[in-house]
Design a protein around this ligand. Structure first.
Ligand code: FE2
Length: 379
């Protein structure tokens, strides 16, 4: 499809025949935070991420400190500046705690950078090789929405704990996982009228295809609305829904995010579990706060989704939502924001065949978010 045809049909995104950007998975997610040491404790003790690697003053890193945590296939990096007035400080000052880098695992970081920058991506840093006694990695980086970046990580020649410069980190104390397995999808919030721009970016620059689209008629309540499209890479391992606010009677939750984050950024990280009842029971026991839909949701939900394997009672007790598509059903629940500003949150999801994102739950969910916005005085 050439440009002219695309302009005539902006809603249709056709993937290129050959996947010019094969992605093996999400390598890690790096958050810039105000106090990485205490954030690490929160993600270990509340979320069950195991300590994995560290760099900081003790490893000769004078500018910043980073803690690497891991649970199954999910790797989080928590970074805090140790000095004033650097780029990390700017990120922190502007956005509060939030995701800086969505790092993607590739076979060839140089080719990934060339393929994307030649299609219009803005380079953050050109391919660079970092080495230590455990081998070498090649890293490169491009910009995406807001101040968020994608880092391409080529680690096939590396045997070290994480990346060169890091050392293993095994602090005392027990950490019990909660059954989180992998990143199912990561959602970006972008500004008014920018959803198509960024979907086109993922299509043209990264070779993603559009899976689904929701407009404000799908996703609106009495007060607020948003629009969303889901972009997926060729092998389906990476899914990035992109949201933009839509006009409603009151302030959209996306607009609230954009206001507090001071621009576009990662809204939620959806993490998969094989047993959502056990995972959420444990997370709630550890004090993680989730959005609650009214108990009336459970009076009619089975009429909508049909038979499910689980008993309804524990799902209702925990506030877990259910949705069904042509391929099966899914169970999901959303936390309240996990940072001080009403910005980033997590979704816990268990897929039982369904490949969709819980459209049937949007209305109940957004009404729950509006109750929270009302408490914050931002509705
Ligand atoms: Fe989601």
């Amino acid at each position: 499809m050439n440009m002219e045809q695309q302009n005539q049909q902006p809603e249709i995104v056709v993937p290129e025949a050959e996947d010019f950007l094969p992605l093996l998975g999400t390598d890690h997610i790096e958050l810039i935070v105000g106090n990485a040491k205490q954030s690490a404790y929160y993600y270990m003790q509340a979320w069950g991420f195991k300590p994995h690697a560290f760099k900081g003053l003790e490893t000769g890193n004078k500018e910043s400190v980073s803690y690497v945590l891991r649970q199954d296939k999910i790797t989080l990096v928590l970074t805090t500046p140790l000095v004033a007035d650097g780029p990390l400080n700017d990120h922190l000052n502007r956005h509060g705690d939030g995701v800086k880098a969505v790092a993607l695992w590739v076979d060839d970081a140089e080719k990934s950078w060339k393929e994307t920058t030649s299609r219009g991506a803005v380079s953050v840093f050109a391919p660079e090789t970092r080495e230590d006694s455990h081998g070498k990695v090649v890293l490169s980086g491009i910009e995406t929405y807001g101040d968020t970046i994608h880092v391409f990580v080529e680690r096939k020649d590396y045997k070290g704990v994480f990346l060169p410069g890091y050392q293993p980190w095994a602090p005392k104390g027990n950490v019990e996982p909660v059954g989180l397995k992998y990143i199912d999808h990561m959602v970006g919030n972008v500004g008014w009228g920018e959803m198509n721009t960024w979907c086109q970016f993922y299509a043209k620059v990264m070779g993603f295809a559009q899976l689904v689209s929701f407009d404000d008629k799908d996703i609106s309540t009495e007060y607020t609305a948003l629009m969303s499209k889901v972009m997926s890479n060729g092998n389906g391992r990476i899914k990035f829904p992109i949201n933009e606010p839509a006009e409603g009677r009151k302030k959209s939750q996306i607009e609230e995010y954009i206001d507090f984050y001071q621009g576009a950024g990662v809204q939620h990280i959806a993490v998969a579990t094989d047993n959502i009842i056990e995972t959420v029971t444990e997370l709630q026991r550890r004090g993680i706060e989730f959005l609650q839909v009214p108990s009336t949701y459970y009076e009619t939900v089975l009429d909508r989704v049909g038979e499910i394997d689980e008993d309804l009672a524990p799902l209702s007790d925990l506030g877990i939502l259910i949705d069904r598509d042509d391929e099966g059903y899914l169970l999901q629940i959303f936390t309240k924001p996990v940072v001080d500003r009403p910005t980033m949150f997590f979704e816990i999801i268990q897929r039982k065949g369904a490949q969709s994102f819980g459209k049937g739950n949007f209305k109940a969910l957004f009404e729950a978010i509006e109750r929270e916005q009302s408490l914050r005085g931002t509705l």
